[in-house]
Design a protein around this ligand. Structure first.
Ligand SMILES: [Zn+2]
Length: 227
């Protein structure tokens, strides 16, 4: 069993990471073991813009509510669980900190990834240009149709949505969440970004909320600093 990796994040010595698929699913302890991390901490994800820092390795999984998790603790993995939502992993070039972000359409609209980059700057003094980011397996533009109620929230908030929101007619839109999050990162000054070319709905290897319905399982995107 192998975890998918980002070449960009793998280039940072001192950082370990991986994206699971449906075969490893959300088995945090097994994935942590594969990555040589003593534990993997998750959040209770609530589609918010809350960024949570883990400063104590004893922090229990899912006791913290939020959608971005950040740590500087060595050996302490952090993760987000997703089915179609966008998982984003971040690390500083000097391997001082890592972050995992859960960004569905609500999180994208709430700019959770922007909040993460600015919280990292406030907390650690790390500039966005010294971060690398990987956008993991999620639903891609081939499969993500949304209605007027979602499309209009983006077109109402942003003057230019031409790179990620496409009108299909009959009040239907295609929303490209990967590109939307990539643009948010670039706007904040993060330019080292890798976008994994995987659609969770198209690929049989991944859980998909759109494809599998309410009972869909979750895969994990995990990152940590090597001990
Ligand atoms: Zn697709």
């Amino acid at each position: 069993m192998k975890l998918k990796e980002s070449k960009l994040l793998s280039s940072i010595k001192g950082v370990t990471h991986g994206f699971s698929d449906k075969y490893l699913g959300d088995n945090a302890s097994q994935i942590g073991h594969l990555l040589n991390l003593s534990k993997v901490t998750l959040l209770k994800q609530i589609h918010s813009d809350n960024v949570v820092f883990v400063d104590d390795i004893a922090t229990e999984t899912a006791r913290l509510e939020g959608d971005a998790i950040v740590t500087h603790l060595k050996g302490c993995g952090i993760a987000v669980a997703t089915a179609d939502c966008v998982p984003i992993l971040l690390a500083s070039n000097d391997a001082r900190m890592v972050a995992a972000v859960h960004s569905g359409w609500r999180g994208t609209l709430n700019e959770i990834v922007v909040n993460t980059v600015s919280a990292v700057k406030d907390r650690y003094g790390i500039e966005p240009e010294n971060l690398k980011a990987a956008i993991g397996p999620c639903i891609a533009s081939c499969c993500y149709e949304v209605g007027e109620e979602v499309g209009s929230l983006f077109s109402g908030k942003y003057p230019d949505t031409s790179e990620y929101l496409f009108e299909k007619g009959q009040d239907k839109y295609i929303l490209d969440l990967k590109t939307a999050n990539e643009l948010l990162l670039k706007r904040e000054g993060v330019s080292d970004i890798e976008v994994l070319d995987i659609c969770t709905k198209c690929s049989e290897n991944y859980y998909s909320y759109r494809g599998d319905g309410n009972g869909a399982g979750r895969q994990l995107s995990v990152i940590g600093l090597r001990q």
